[in-house]
Design a protein around this ligand. Sequence first.
Ligand code: 6PG
Length: 239
Amino acid sequence: MSSVTLQIEASPQAVAQVSAKLILEALHSADGPFSIALAGGSTPRRLYEELATQPEAPWAKARLFLGDERALPLGHADRNSTMVERTLVRPLGLDTSQVFLPTAGQEDLHAAAEDYEAQLLAVAGHPPRLDIVLLGMGGDGHTASLFPGHSAPSGWVAAVSAPEETAAARRITLTAASLISAKRVFVLVTGASKAQRLADVFEGRDEGPLAQILEGRSTETRLIVDMAATARLGTHKED
Ligand code: 6PG
């Protein structure tokens, strides 16, 4: 994980503020369109709310994607697009032409994945070189909708199934290849509940999707974490 930097911040709010600063700096310095894939879940909510406090930033350059989406009806509370629209898109008044959301919710999820892949490649190139990808980490080591024990999908965007106990079993996700080829990746991890998994991933004991993506990265990759999530770092004892 030579390109992976562990960046430890005091609190979840500090993680959001530091991440927002990095994204805004990149947005300001972008010469042309600035493409970013947003993470779902709960951790990045604070970050999106923080970004929404900066309406004067050159948001017209931004091209927003979702790293993954649950196959639920538009507006469903468990859709990542619902959270992103509420915390970021609507407060900033972003134009729909710069926000690329999967049409998940359709019956034919493979067609929706192909359509989203075409949009991704049209904006980020082929292979897709997103300017920034934001990721979270599930307690099981999943990221986006790439889950341990599930076969790793090929291509750049795929229709996948998630474990039954998750918010939605059918999903669309950027694949590991898309996440590995991005220019910069920021993985946001907060809370004591993630501490053991974070230690296992960062210290090379985990072989799940996030660990594999981190291993494959060769350009800037930051694990931006709060103190609570670092509680198990350096505590592993070999059997
Ligand atoms: C999803 C997310 C997912 C998320 C992790 C962490 O759609 O479920 O994209 O990959 O990042 O599950 O979620 P929390 O931030 O809520 O812990």
